[in-house]
Write a protein of this length. Sequence first.
Length: 409
Amino acid sequence: MRIGFFTDTYFPQVSGVSTSIRTLKIELEKLGHEVYIFTTTDPDALELEKDIVRMPSVPFVSFKDRRIVVRGMWFAYQVAKDLQLDLIHTHTEFGAGFLGKMVANRLEIPVIHTYHTMYEDYLHYIANGKVVRPGAVKYFIGRFVNHSTGVVCPSERVVNTLKRYDVNIPMKVIPTGIDIKQYLRPDITKEMTDQLRLDLGISSDEIMALSLSRISYEKNIQVIVKQFPEVLEALPNVRLVIVGKGPYRKDLEEMAEDLNISKSVIFTGEVPHENVSLYYHAADYFVSASTSETQGLTYAEAIASGLQCCVEGNEYLNQLFDKPSLGITYTNDQDFAKTFIEYVQSNISMNTSDRAQKLKEISAEKFGEDMQDFYQEMLVHYQLETENKTAPVEKVRMKLTSLKNSNSK
């Protein structure tokens, strides 16, 4: 099968979406498929890239580190036609997403969409939420997604959201898988993790709680910082390490200062991708209060690294952490400190069999196999839909031909 991915975000831009796309491309190619990336131009991209087609783009409004395709319809169509694509998979609702749908329509092939981003969680970035309202998001997303053959939902939360948006096409929950080998890392020694902790100012008898994400308001890190004095009152030897960059870092630093916990909260800034696993292995717990996740890659990475988690739950995460040895979820923001303290004090060890089973569920291999199955289902579905649409036209033609023949007699 020859598949075209249409996305506004791809490497060298680093994000959960670009990572999941690259992972899926690798896994589908292992299964014998050909995958081509249709994406934005990027000043940091290599001049020649295998299987990557870049189209003219500009920085996206309010997200200057992201880009959006502005033209290239005819060029993309010609390339897709020459490649003889069997299916198009869109990963954005904007420039490249529209382009992918138009190309699929002209080529008369199915188009699958993955809904990656919960836009209602990001409206505050656009004129402080005064211009784009949730109702507009529902209308726009509903129309866009419904013009696909089928939609991939990284979690049940996405299914529920799209149903609320009146989406009525086939949906399939396929959690985004990760490359387990990147995080198992037997090459990371105790000496290496001890050195990292030492560099961070964390001693061997202190507990390292790790937050790793883009530092933005919707990631809800402020909930953890605000409740950290309560954590320190019960567990004075806990240190919070916040890894990442983003527009909300200064606010969090000021918050820690005001709460007089600056010595216990460490901001590292962005960490090179190849060093991320070292932080997971050096930590004792992974913590998150984010409510904007659709695929939760960092949670899966933490489990693969052998790191227990304390995170705010949803349909997907409650299922991911269905074994106490892997971690625990809490229901509301205000429950973080209490839940984290109780979980640490319970001293539950990670069960190796629980972890092994979970690694199978979140593996990149399963991700690729599940997506392949859905593609095949949608190819059949598209064929049936096409036949159903053309059948009435054929009946009319037959009737007209019959009438014409009878009149000529």
